[in-house]
Design a protein around this ligand. Structure first.
Ligand SMILES: [Zn+2]
Length: 256
């Protein structure tokens, strides 16, 4: 009898949990807002619940589609309407494979939440990070893996304002392995040899100029140093774009 009571108690508790669980998950799925392919149906403010991208869905996207998706995602990040995601569930669904649509090369800076900044979830984007967001053999190999082997359609080189690595390169900081690392950014500093203003990390204008130049040089270096990626760009299978993340607003300005 006691056991029966326990059993029925469990049924009640189980039922209650089911109601709570489905009560929580049902509501957002009722709202069919735009998906990644842009098919808008009803407009409401309920956050979207995203699935893990399938290979078929990713393969249908063009590089320009991916740029549009990242831009729209950044607008949601800025306006505080990020998609609601069940990351633990997504992680399990993504366990058997991945079909991300882009490779984002970001700075190490802890103030840039890369996936959130574009409203992307698990399995959506590859993220490579190194202080100063420059390319090297390992980053290029990672990009070739992401694009040529796995099929990503876009490489975004993402610089940011107030970058400590850029300031360090401008100020010729020397410390351990940081010295060698910053030498990767020095060409962007030396590009402005004729700059008449104050060439220090204190000069916001100069820091911004070098930040943008570093992104542009990295974009060019990726094509110059990777025949595989260069060919993909020439074939229209891949685009390489640059952007600057604004710390104050979260806005990413895509470079022309
Ligand atoms: Zn940085």
């Amino acid at each position: 009898m006691t056991r029966m009571l326990h059993f029925s108690n469990r049924l009640v508790i189980g039922g209650l949990l089911c109601v709570l669980f489905f009560g929580c998950t049902q509501k957002p799925s009722d709202s069919t807002r735009t998906d990644d392919q842009g098919s808008a149906t009803t407009l409401d403010v309920t956050p979207r619940i995203e699935r893990v991208l399938t290979r078929e869905e990713r393969d249908q996207l063009t590089p320009d589609d991916v740029i549009k998706i990242l831009k729209e995602g950044n607008q949601r990040f800025v306006s505080g309407t990020l998609t609601s995601r069940d990351h633990s569930q997504q992680a399990r669904k993504a366990a058997l494979g991945q079909h991300p649509k882009a490779v984002i090369l970001s700075c190490l800076d802890s103030r840039i939440p890369v996936e959130d900044a574009f409203d992307r979830g698990i399995g959506d984007v590859f993220v490579a990070r190194v202080a100063g967001n420059f390319e090297n053999t390992d980053i290029l190999g990672s990009m070739e893996f992401g694009c040529k082997v796995v099929g990503a359609k876009l490489i975004l080189v993402l610089g940011h304002e107030h970058c400590g690595a850029i300031k360090g390169a401008i100020d010729n900081v020397e410390l351990g392995n940081i010295t060698a690392m910053l030498s990767n950014i020095r060409p962007a500093v030396e590009h402005f040899a004729d700059y008449k203003g104050e060439k220090t990390g204190e000069n916001d204008e100069f820091v911004h100029m070098v930040t943008e130049q570093n992104v542009r040089m990295t974009m060019a270096n990726i094509r110059a140093k990777s025949p595989i990626l260069n060919e993909m760009v020439s074939n229209g299978e891949l685009k390489i774009v640059g952007g600057i993340y604004n710390m104050e607003t979260g806005t990413v300005t895509f470079l022309e």
